[in-house]
Ligand binder design. Structure first.
Ligand code: ASP
Length: 337
């Protein structure tokens, strides 16, 4: 018997149509999918139901409070389907896939995020293959984690980043091997799948302004940090440092401002600006000061995983100290341990 999957269309290029202002997501995408799949070997594909978010979201407009809307239909329909596809815009897909991996801990079914660089409605597109291959992957019961499938690559969602704005191979997982390669054959590297573990789904309410991201740049002024931490809603800052975690330790204005933030119990996490990287805080004198300030290393985590992990931990009601203590633990395969 065929597996049955649920497809959730959230918005994004895959289902967009041109308008006088440029591409916009348009409701009623299921009809176009049915029409395009009519020419495929439909019998090989799993049966599917589809739901659409209303309103649909260009993922550039996505904010933390939208993550619940994506997780809800999976949690509510979890027992009814063998797998799930989330059709999502590419701009913030890696954020949503990372967050869903934290919400859906203990997942025993595939959740495959995909989208496209060219809409399905166009003659020449990458949408049809991304969709069809995702449907096959979402009905593969050996997969039990949140993944991104895009252009022949099956990637762990919380290890992925969008690396190309226009290339069809838009996603990669720079610090973790691909979970699968889909070319002539579907080759899954099941030895890399997350070991099944007990866990329960938690879909907390997110506060949009809790976490900020600060790229370090030459000559920056510490006032930026003061500005970022002025509101009571600000709970954490991700520092995007140079190389293996280096900051300009001679920049007294920045160092003083970071110390003030740390004294206010703002959680400070250090990840690299380099796409392929790991943090070694203290390897250079210019980063050892961060250890004294209580800055946490984000190790080799992606920006997207770091951002969503902080949001997730903060939204479960933990205080700053507990979030700091929990942060380095691996929740869903996002960090080496
Ligand atoms: N702006 C679009 C989105 O993220 C881009 C895309 O889907 O490729 O929704």
């Amino acid at each position: 018997m065929h597996n049955k999957i649920l497809i959730i269309y959230t918005g994004g290029t895959i289902g967009m149509q041109p308008s006088e202002h440029g591409y916009v997501p348009v409701p009623g995408f299921e009809a176009l999918i049915e029409e395009r799949l009519a020419h495929s070997h439909h019998a090989l594909l799993p049966n599917f139901d589809m739901i659409e978010l209303a309103p649909l979201i260009d993922s550039a407009n996505l904010a933390p409070h939208h993550w619940n809307l994506i997780a809800d239909p999976i949690i509510k329909n979890y027992d009814k389907y063998d797998g799930f596809i989330v059709l999502h815009g590419t701009d913030t897909m890696a954020y949503s896939a990372s967050m869903l991996s934290f919400i859906l801990q203990g997942l025993r079914k595939p959740v495959i995020f995909t989208g496209s660089q060219i809409p399905l409605s166009e003659l020449r597109n990458d949408a049809l293959d991304n969709l069809i291959t995702s449907m096959l992957l979402a009905s593969d019961t050996t997969i039990h984690e949140v993944c991104i499938y895009f252009s022949g690559r099956l990637l762990r969602g919380n290890r992925s980043s969008k690396v190309k704005a226009t290339g069809l191979d838009a996603f990669d997982s720079p610090n973790f091997p691909w979970l699968g390669q889909i070319g002539l054959h579907i080759e899954l590297h099941s030895n890399l799948f997350i070991p099944q573990k007990a866990g329960k789904f938690i879909n907390p309410t997110f506060s949009d302004n809790a976490v900020s991201i600060l790229p370090i740049f030459p000559g920056m002024d510490g006032e930026i940090v003061d500005f970022m931490t002025a509101s009571d809603r600000s709970k954490a800052i991700i520092l995007r440092s140079y190389g293996v975690g280096n900051l300009p330790n001679h920049n007294q204005s920045l160092m003083n401002a970071l110390q003030r933030a740390s004294d206010k119990n703002i959680i400070l996490v250090n990840i690299s600006q380099c796409l392929q990287a790991e943090i070694f805080q203290g390897q250079y004198a210019c980063s050892s000061i961060l250890n004294k300030m209580g800055v946490i290393s984000g190790a080799e985590m992606t920006l997207e995983a770091t951002y969503t992990k902080l949001h997730f931990l903060l939204s479960t009601g933990l205080n700053a100290e507990d979030v700091q203590a929990m942060f380095s633990n691996c929740l869903a395969g996002e960090i080496n341990q």
